[in-house]
Design a protein around this ligand. Structure first.
Ligand code: MN
Length: 244
């Protein structure tokens, strides 16, 4: 196979499988449906990232992975059509050298927290990472105009990355969220448990009375413990999807 011009080269079979698996796993958990996407920074070149072509996450196969530069232009000029919102990925990779995986979702239970004054906070140990803070990106406020809500311009992506700052997750008003991590497994974990936390927090609110969220210290301690256990959910989740 001829290497396309300027490509950083192939990624390993396991890395490619993990990227495909993440889309399938998130679809299986109802975090992604026909929309949303998962990317991975290229393991051999920090200035590139890998993202599927414009396709529903559940249909993604290894053959659908496209290499992009950080301006979100495909490295291969003949690459299939990409996602309108791919700037979410490129601009976050530019702003966050520590981030090696980005997930954009319309995770249904998180949406209320992007449109109300209710702050999403860690309800249990599984979502301790939320204790680092949950910013809300408002495209109208950041861009100063009315849009179709999609992060379809590099400038929108830069605004989103600035609002995300050093956090693991940002809500997107009237849209969904973006989740980042040091690798694809932790990012997938965080996207799933952000959805779970949102559901549980809404249920706790229905119980009434003040909610005893995890303290900041508890949140950080649980985050460290859980991320050391990431192999366990990952093995389970990966075994339950059919990677092609
Ligand atoms: Mn979207």
């Amino acid at each position: 196979m001829t290497k396309s011009k300027g490509s950083a080269g192939p990624i390993t079979k396991e890395q490619r499988e993990d990227l495909v698996a993440a889309s399938l796993i998130l679809a299986q958990h109802g975090v992604l449906d026909a929309f949303g996407h998962v990317s991975m920074r290229h393991p051999a070149d920090a200035n590139r990232y890998m993202l599927s072509r414009n396709l529903a996450p559940e249909l993604v196969t290894s053959a659908d992975i496209v290499e992009y530069d950080l301006d979100s232009e495909p490295v291969d000029a003949n690459a299939p059509r990409g996602f309108l919102e791919r700037y979410i990925h490129g601009e976050i990779y530019k702003a966050r050298p520590d981030v090696h995986a980005v997930i954009h979702t319309h995770s249904p239970s998180v949406v209320p927290f992007g449109v109300t004054r209710t702050i999403m906070q860690p309800i249990y140990h599984m979502s301790g990472f939320l204790g680092r803070g949950v910013p809300v990106y408002d495209i109208a406020k950041e861009s100063g105009r009315q849009t179709d809500i999609l992060v379809r311009e590099p400038g929108h992506g830069r605004d989103l990355a600035r609002v995300l700052a050093d956090k693991p997750m940002a809500l997107m008003r009237g849209h969904g969220n973006v989740v980042v991590a040091q690798d694809i497994r932790v990012a997938t974990y965080r996207a799933i448990y952000t959805e779970m936390n949102a559901r549980l927090q809404l249920q706790a609110m229905m119980c009434g009375g003040p909610i005893e969220f995890l303290s900041k210290e508890e949140a950080l301690l649980t985050e460290a413990t859980l991320e050391g256990q990431i192999h366990r959910p990952w093995e389970l989740w990966k075994a339950k999807v059919k990677i092609r």
